[in-house]
Structure formats: structure tokens, C-alpha cells
Design a protein around this ligand. Structure first.
Ligand code: ADP
Ligand code: ADP
Ligand code: ZN
Length: 216
């Protein structure tokens, strides 16, 4: 299955992707993670991306598209993949469609995680991640086993630089203006599957997601 996880920042795309990786062994391709790795390593691409990310704006399409094209060509994507955070503009979606077309492939499902803006702000400002294994926690909704320690044993969970209330509002505006048109784009192609996540625990969202994706 070639799957896209679509939804606003904080909707739970990363959380659901990690559960789906375990149950399907499809690789998770997170453009946010790839961009943050570029920023941390100080690559040219990271330098181009950083100011946009810090301001809560989208990174220019051409920067992100190149990353995804390279990643999809790798062997572990042959049997299927899960795109987390890409595409985020109609232009990205059109390029992706052409790219896959050239490989004789297509998007089979787009899982839309729908969550209210006010809940998104709470989720994002409380998000903490493990720098070592990538585990995603929330101070209130999904707390780590102890204050500052991941279940993998790593000490020192981190808060993303862009996970503050001001930047979150910018990111929500970017989502509503630039990304939400993808709901119609994929709806018109008959591949959109929607799960409402407001007020639902991650495990419950996962069960519903598997159902709408036909994963049992
Ligand atoms: P996204 O990848 O869409 O930005 P994440 O998966 O990183 O979202 O989740 C954002 C935050 O919300 C994290 O702190 C995560 O632990 C928390 N979270 C995820 N799913 C739920 C849920 N169903 N209910 C409450 N909090 C959640
Ligand atoms: P979240 O799901 O919390 O919004 P991500 O990790 O997906 O966070 O993205 C973080 C930031 O990385 C975005 O605010 C944006 O600046 C950049 N980014 C990630 N994916 C894309 C994309 N497909 N197109 C443009 N910018 C992107
Ligand atoms: Zn960890």
C-alpha cells in the first residue's frame, strides 16, 4: 500500500505512523524529520529550510520534493510506503502524482486525521520527543515513564524549537491555506479516508484508522 498521512500539525500523524510501522512494516517517510536532520547536520538543505521552519512557514516546494524523490527510490519503498507530512501543497501533490506515475505506481489511500484547532495547540505545546529513538510523548496525554526519561532509557526528552504557541498558530494558518485543499484533491481521486481524532485516545484512532484502511 502507498499511503499518505494527512492532517494539521499535532493531529497525530507521527504517532499513528509509528503504530502502523509496527503493524505493517511499511517505512515511514517524514519530511519534517528529514528536514530537522538536515538542520541538525548543518547541510545546505538544512540551511535553506531552517528559517522557514522556525517561522512556522512551509519550506519551499523544490527543497522538499527533491528529498522525497530520493527517498522513494530506495529499496525499502518498493512494497509500499507511508508519507508523513508530505505532500503539503497542491503543487507537491501534483509532482508526487507524476513521480509515481513514472514508476507505474499510485497513491492507494490518504488517511485524514481531523482534530480541532484548540486541541491541536494543546497537543503541540505539550509534545516532547526522544532524540535517540524518536518516541513521541505528551506531558499530559501520553507522559513518558518518568519525567525526563524515554522508555528506551535515553535521558533528556526534547521540545521542538517550533512547538511554541506563536509558531503553532502560524503553522495552523499554513495548514488551512496551503494544505487543506488536498482534502478535495484526494477526495476527487476517491482515495480519501477520514478519521475524526478530537477527544479520542491514540489507540482508539489507530483502531479506526486500520478499519478505514482495510487493515483489519
Ligand atoms: P503530528 O505528527 O501530526 O504533528 P504527533 O503524532 O507528533 O502529531 O502528535 C502531537 C502530540 O499530540 C504529541 O505530543 C502526541 O503525544 C499527542 N497525541 C497524539 N495523538 C493523540 C491523541 N489521540 N490524543 C491526545 N494526544 C495525542
Ligand atoms: P507537524 O506535523 O507538527 O507540523 P512536521 O515535522 O511535519 O510538523 O513539519 C515541521 C516543519 O517542517 C513544517 O512546519 C514545515 O516548515 C516543514 N515541512 C515539513 N514537511 C514539509 C513539506 N512537505 N513542505 C513544506 N514544508 C514542510
Ligand atoms: Zn527513546
Amino acid at each position: 500500500m502507498n499511503l499518505i498521512l494527512l492532517g494539521p500539525p499535532g493531529a497525530g500523524k507521527g504517532t499513528q505512523a509509528k503504530k502502523l510501522v509496527v503493524s505493517t512494516s511499511m517505512p515511514q517517510i517524514s519530511t519534517g524529520d528529514m528536514l530537522r536532520a538536515g538542520v541538525a547536520a548543518g547541510t545546505d538543505l538544512g540551511k535553506q529550510a531552517k528559517e522557514h521552519m522556525d517561522a512556522g512557514r512551509l519550506v519551499p516546494d523544490e527543497v522538499v520534493i527533491g528529498l522525497v524523490e530520493e527517498r522513494l527510490a530506495q529499496a525499502d519503498c518498493k512494497e509500499g510506503f507511508m508519507l508523513d507530512g508530505f505532500p503539503r501543497t497542491v503543487h507537491q501533490a501534483e509532482i508526487l502524482e507524476k513521480m509515481l506515475d513514472g514508476m507505474g505506481r499510485q497513491i492507494d489511500n490518504v488517511l485524514l486525521l481531523d482534530v480541532d484547532d484548540e486541541e491541536l495547540v494543546k497537543r503541540i505545546t505539550g509534545r516532547r520527543t526522544c532524540g535517540k529513538c524518536g518516541a513521541i510523548y505528551h506531558l499530559v496525554f501520553s507522559p513518558p515513564p518518568s519525567d525526563d526519561t524515554c522508555s528506551c532509557g535515553s535521558i533528556g526528552l526534547v521540545q521542538r524549537a517550533d512547538d511554541n504557541e506563536v509558531t503553532v498558530r502560524e503553522r495552523l494558518t499554513a495548514y488551512h491555506d496551503q494544505t487543506s485543499p488536498l482534502i478535495d484533491f484526494y477526495g476527487n481521486r476517491g482515495v480519501l479516508r477520514k478519521v475524526s481524532g478530537t477527544g479520542k485516545k491514540a489507540d482508539e484512532v489507530f483502531e479506526q484508522s486500520k478499519k478505514v484502511l482495510g487493515l483489519g
